[in-house]
Design a protein around this ligand. Structure first.
Ligand code: UDP
Length: 385
């Protein structure tokens, strides 16, 4: 590959990189190269068909697109249609299935009572008062101060310990913001205005976004193998791990990853839902995905179903999925971030570049913003503020 003729080099073909490449190619009408060390486009959103069952699945765990950002929703709809899938999650605790996120049905079923919505506050207040937490300072205290100890210990503690490999006392309460809690019977997992699964899969979105003669894609290509031969004048959009970019010079950030194990069950429907969580610590996986349920519009004519068990584990930097935003890592990230601000001709972003627990919509929002501010305006084609 001739690196001398490339003006824009995008590293990583997930949403952050692909959106910026699409904008450079279509909006700016400039040439751009994308490289990815994996053999496929789409990053962690990559979807494919399982050969044995013909079922579409998401290779790196179930991805439900959800957003309340109209710009992002309009943007993504240029590249796909969404099916009518609406995300609900269930959780198994002591061999019984409960609704997740915790809502009135979960509470009533767990305590075997029949509270009305207007009685929930009083009921929980008594539970919470037992714990004497006046000023919650971490994930565990925050969770207990919201739902009381019994619900916390059943549905949150074990799952969180498995997911993060840490004592929840050492985790930031911000993670809890992802987990809704409701005092009514609304069991929707997301609060967002729009949600769904792309009818033809995520990979199709990337194919459409990147189908432009201005875009050249090189797969199985590791940035760190070619870095030394990239001219200084090349503008780099990097969406890999930020600590790796700076050769870990301040130390390694901690990441969490997951291992996904596929198996086939010889039944039409195994668990009746796309994602079943397992709350207890003694069960080694956090959830089982059954991707058949993500496509209610498709009739899969078979007596088999694909199941994917999810096992969290710590990451050595080779396959980072989740940033661990505790004080130690936040401090370290701040050093790398300051270094990134100083670097010319480089945008570092996305979940790995920003070390933030972004959902897909936030990643797209950040990519569109970075393009407008750092690339388009720089070229003098955008508004100046
Ligand atoms: N969580 C939990 N019990 C559950 C599901 C989630 O305690 O059954 C907590 C857990 O700490 C997790 C966080 O909520 O890390 C966010 O969950 P989410 O479903 O957003 O995780 P993701 O889908 O991003 O892996």
């Amino acid at each position: 590959m001739d690196l001398n003729r490339i003006k824009f080099l995008v590293v990583g073909c997930g949403f952050f990189g692909a959106v910026i490449a699409e904008r450079i190619a279509n909006d700016l009408n400039e040439k751009v190269m994308i490289i990815d060390k994996r053999p496929h486009i789409g990053g962690n959103c990559y979807s494919e068909k399982d050969e044995e069952t013909g079922i579409f699945y998401h290779k790196y765990g179930t991805h439900i697109f959800h957003t309340s950002n109209k710009t992002v929703w309009n943007y993504i709809n240029n590249f796909t249609e969404f099916n009518g899938y609406y995300h609900q999650v269930l959780t198994t605790y002591k061999n019984k299935v409960f609704q997740m996120p915790i809502n009135l049905e979960t509470i009533n079923s767990f305590y075997n009572i029949n509270l009305k919505p207007y009685e929930v506050d009083n009921f929980l207040k008594k539970e919470i008062a037992k714990e004497n937490i006046t000023n919650p300072r971490n994930f565990e205290e925050k969770a207990i101060s919201m739902v009381g100890k019994p619900l916390y210990e059943a549905f949150i503690k074990g799952y969180t310990e498995k997911q993060w490999g840490k004592n929840p006392k050492d985790l930031p309460e911000s993670i809890l913001k992802r987990l809704p809690f409701r005092k009514n019977y609304n069991e929707s997992y997301f609060f967002d205005r729009w949600q769904g699964v792309p009818s033809s899969g995520y990979t199709e979105i990337f194919n459409k976004m990147l189908n432009n003669k201005n875009i050249e894609i090189k797969l199985d290509k590791d940035f760190f193998d070619i870095r030394d031969s990239i001219p200084d004048s090349t503008f780099i959009i990097y969406s890999g791990a930020i600590d790796r970019f700076f050769d870990y010079k301040f130390g390694k950030l901690d990441w969490r990853t997951i291992v996904l194990k596929k198996r086939i069950a010889p039944v039409e429907d195994f668990q009746g839902t796309s994602v079943m969580n397992f709350a207890e610590k003694s069960i080694p996986y956090t959830r089982i995905h059954e991707p058949k349920h993500l496509h209610p519009e498709t009739k899969y004519w078979n007596e088999k179903t694909l199941l994917i068990e999810e096992y969290p584990k710590s990451d050595d930097g080779s396959s980072p999925f989740y940033p661990i935003n505790d004080p130690k890592n936040k401090k370290l990230f701040a050093k790398y971030s300051a270094e990134a601000q100083k670097s010319k001709n480089i945008i570092i972003g996305g979940r790995l570049g920003d070390y933030k627990y972004y959902d897909m919509d936030k990643t797209i929002e950040m990519a569109l913003e970075s393009y407008e501010k750092r690339i388009k305006r720089r070229k003098g084609k955008g508004k100046k503020n």
